[in-house]
Design a protein around this ligand. Structure first.
Ligand code: NAD
Ligand code: IPM
Ligand code: MN
Length: 357
């Protein structure tokens, strides 16, 4: 049986709490299935490491991480460390260096979990946001000149490459086909921005031509944001550039009840680098250390990791156990419940054992 090696980076704030629960739950999943062999190694990197050592991760961190089959990441960010340092020198560095070009962020309603939408509007909400994850607005191209003068200029340049745009759009179509889904929405802003999004649309149309069985539509990102709230059932798979996908996926979290729910998989199929799995949410300094953070997103992300390892049965077992728990009314405070982070995690592990026995 193959062993899957996992580099665990809990990071900062609630990252520590939710990744602890995710890892314990993966260990239980491994126990109850018997044939999912997981090996973990912890890396205490992040903002505390930065305050102690002057860097978010050691200089050979990428070389170290490259050896693993997957990275399981919590969140990073401390109020005392500038965000552009903590985010760019860790999470974005990993995503971009490892060419994790497709960020997969599913949206669906969990049983028993209240959404801000009225209960009679929840039926059939089930879509996947495929976010470009290696370039676009996050490419890091730009600069500032004439600093601290009235003539100061700041540029943050959007970078779309043919390789980058094509591979993520192709990934969205491949995913749609593999999951038996039928429709891909192209999220764009080519009405106002005449260069990058128009190029994106051209590449989308070229790629779409190779998948005649999959229907498509083009949705301007502002209208898509409204559609996610007003008519989310009409979405199946959407593909968006880096910044658009970032914003839309937090709307997805809100639809699902809380930012404590949405998971993500950062994938770079074919690149040879390990993928990374992480909740969509951040380090939540406002609730960190209180043991009230919701670990649903981190546990769901763990299920996406197991699915990526190819063990669909174990991944589905974990998803079913999660649904057992939410359906039974065990919910954390963000979802209107009273369970602590550890109580929710423990309930999932009990549900796993109950299903397996
Ligand atoms: P955030 O996601 O940390 O928090 C936004 C709100 O959602 C907060 O009120 C928080 O309490 C709540 N929330 C988030 N996750 C929750 C959970 N699991 N359970 C219950 N409530 C939860 O976003 P923010 O406040 O904008 O950012 C805080 C820090 O995290 C910043 O430094 C930011 O740059 C960083 N950040 C990191 C990541 C990441 O590492 N992947 C993602 C987003 C933000
Ligand atoms: C996310 C986060 C990150 C992003 C930040 C922390 C860099 O918001 O994963 O959605 O913008 O991609
Ligand atoms: Mn985000």
């Amino acid at each position: 049986m193959p062993t899957h090696s996992i580099a665990v980076i809990p990071g900062d704030g609630i990252g520590l709490e939710v990744i602890r629960e995710g890892r314990l739950t993966l260990e239980t999943l491994s126990e109850v299935t018997g044939d999912l062999i997981l090996e973990f190694e912890d890396f205490p990197w992040g903002c505390q490491y930065y305050l102690d050592h002057g860097e978010m991760m050691p200089s050979d961190a990428l070389k170290t991480l490259e050896q693993f089959d997957a990275i399981y990441f919590g969140a990073c960010g401390f109020p005392s460390v500038p965000d552009p340092i903590s985010q760019r020198e860790m999470i974005l560095l990993i995503r971009q260096s490892f060419q994790q070009y497709a960020n997969i962020r599913p949206v669906r309603i969990w049983p028993g979990v209240p959404s801000p939408l009225a209960p009679d509007r929840l039926e059939g909400i089930d879509f996947i946001c495929v976010r470009e994850n290696s370039e676009g607005e996050y490419a890091g191209a730009g600069g500032r000149v004439h600093k601290d003068t009235p003539y100061e200029v700041a540029l943050q340049t959007t970078v779309f490459t043919r390789v980058g745009v094509e591979r993520v759009i192709r990934h969205a179509f491949e995913l749609t086909e593999r999951l038996g889904r039928r429709h891909v929405t192209n999220v764009t802003k080519s009405n106002a921005l005449q260069f990058a999004p128009v190029f994106w649309d051209e590449v989308f149309d070229e790629v779409a031509g190779a998948y005649p069985a999959i229907t498509t539509d083009r949705n301007l990102v502002d209208a898509c944001a409204a559609r996610m709230v007003g008519n989310p059932q009409t979405l199946d798979v959407l593909v968006a550039s880096n910044l658009f996908g970032d914003i839309l996926s937090d709307i997805g979290g809100a639809l699902m009840g809380s930012l404590g729910v949405p998971p993500s998989a950062n994938l770079g199929p074919g690149t040879g680098y390990p993928p990374m799995f992480e909740p969509v949410h951040g380090s939540a300094p406002d609730i960190a250390g209180q043991e009230i953070a919701n670990p649903l997103a981190s546990i769901w992300s763990a299920a996406m990791m197991v699915e990526t390892f190819g063990d669909l049965e174990a991944a589905n077992l974990l998803l079913d156990a999660l649904a057992d728990v939410t359906r039974s009314g065990v919910l954390t405070v963000d979802l209107g419940g009273t369970a602590s982070t550890g109580e929710f995690g423990e309930a999932v592990r009990r549900a796993l054992k109950a299903r397996a026995s």
